[in-house]
Design a protein. Structure first.
Length: 160
């Protein structure tokens, strides 16, 4: 009986290790897919017209500031998934307190944490629009998402 118990324990350990190895392999595979997606997006940004949806923030991030970023990402994923995957639309959260990002405050006339749409062709900015109503719609996620969807759609259509 003792021999069976030790054999069963050995099988259990083997199954546990196999499961752990497969799970790590799956995570590595997902990371690899993510890296491929990012490389594809970067390539698209460099060679084509791109709409970048920036969320500019500071180092201090309150609940509302984090919520604006979250709702903006959700709106983009829900309404523009094909464009995000192709690199036609790109989302970037940027801390304007970092030295290399301070120029954005003047470039886009930022006075608070803001969502800004930027049209670029081969990396050169052609036009931009700051979405000032994000704070007004923060309390209603449905209206917030519709606002982002409508503004991005209009911006894209006006740039073509």
């Amino acid at each position: 009986m003792k021999r069976f118990s030790s054999l069963r324990s050995g099988v259990y350990v083997l199954l546990l290790l196999s499961s752990a190895i497969l799970s790590c392999k799956g995570e590595a595979s997902n990371a690899s897919e993510s890296e491929k997606f990012q490389k594809k997006s970067v390539f698209s940004v460099a060679s084509d017209r791109t709409i970048t949806v920036y969320y500019f923030h500071t180092s201090y991030r309150c609940y509302s500031c984090k919520k604006i970023e979250e709702l903006t990402k959700q709106a983009l994923v829900h309404n523009f998934i094909k464009q995000l995957k192709s690199g036609r639309i790109v989302f970037k959260a940027v801390n304007v307190e970092n030295t290399e990002n301070k120029h954005f405050v003047q470039d886009y006339q930022l006075f608070t944490k803001s969502v800004v749409l930027v049209d670029s062709i081969k990396g050169k900015n052609k036009n931009w629009k700051r979405l000032d109503q994000t704070w007004s719609y923060l309390g209603n996620p449905g209206i917030f998402e519709k606002y982002i969807e409508d503004e991005v759609t209009a911006f894209v259509n006006n740039q073509i």
